[in-house]
Design a binder for this molecule. Structure first.
Ligand SMILES: [Zn+2]
Length: 168
């Protein structure tokens, strides 16, 4: 069975930084990526590269940052007054607010976002709200483990049920 819209696909992959070769994440047979193909849940170019493949086929391709998680946008880097992070005693928690830490935040509309700390001083915390993989060209390699028809219920819900899918 070939991969096409409304098939349930299981695959293992290794994701690395296309420029540096550094590994970003890896899935295996025990913990595969399982998804409903063609419903727009993944990076479109990722799905395009898998079209027509079948069990046992391997893949090896890269996607530029622009077509993956986007380019790094300097407008998404903000200086935030450090006093909003002060604790009850009016002190700044230096343990928690270290360069490189990811801090859950919300914007004016109450949307949740994660900011990564770039710089800290007494007045300001400089935070980067870009996706962690913004600006990174992604390299994927791996193997198709299973392709099956989706059930009517899965198609209706737009996601996969079962062992590696939604439980409800
Ligand atoms: Zn469901």
């Amino acid at each position: 069975m070939e991969i096409s819209t409304n098939k349930v696909v299981s695959l293992k992959y290794k994701l690395s930084n296309h420029q540096t070769g550094e590994k970003i994440e890896e899935t295996n047979e025990e913990n595969p990526l399982v998804f409903l193909y063609g419903v727009g849940g993944l990076i479109p170019e990722f799905e395009e590269n898998l079209a027509g493949k079948t069990v046992g086929d391997t893949f090896d391709f890269h996607i530029t940052a622009t077509n993956a998680y986007g380019d790094h946008d300097p407008q998404n880097v903000a200086m935030i007054p450090s006093d909003i992070f002060h604790n009850d005693e009016g002190k700044f928690d230096h343990e928690m607010f270290q360069v490189g830490a990811s801090i859950p935040m919300s914007d004016n509309e109450g949307n949740h976002l994660t900011g990564k700390i770039v710089e800290v001083d007494e007045e300001n915390v400089k935070m980067d709200f870009n996706h962690p993989l913004a600006g990174t060209d992604l390299h994927f390699s791996g193997e198709i483990l299973e392709v099956r028809e989706a059930s009517e219920e899965e198609i209706e819900h737009g996601h996969v049920h079962g062992e590696h899918g939604h439980h409800h």
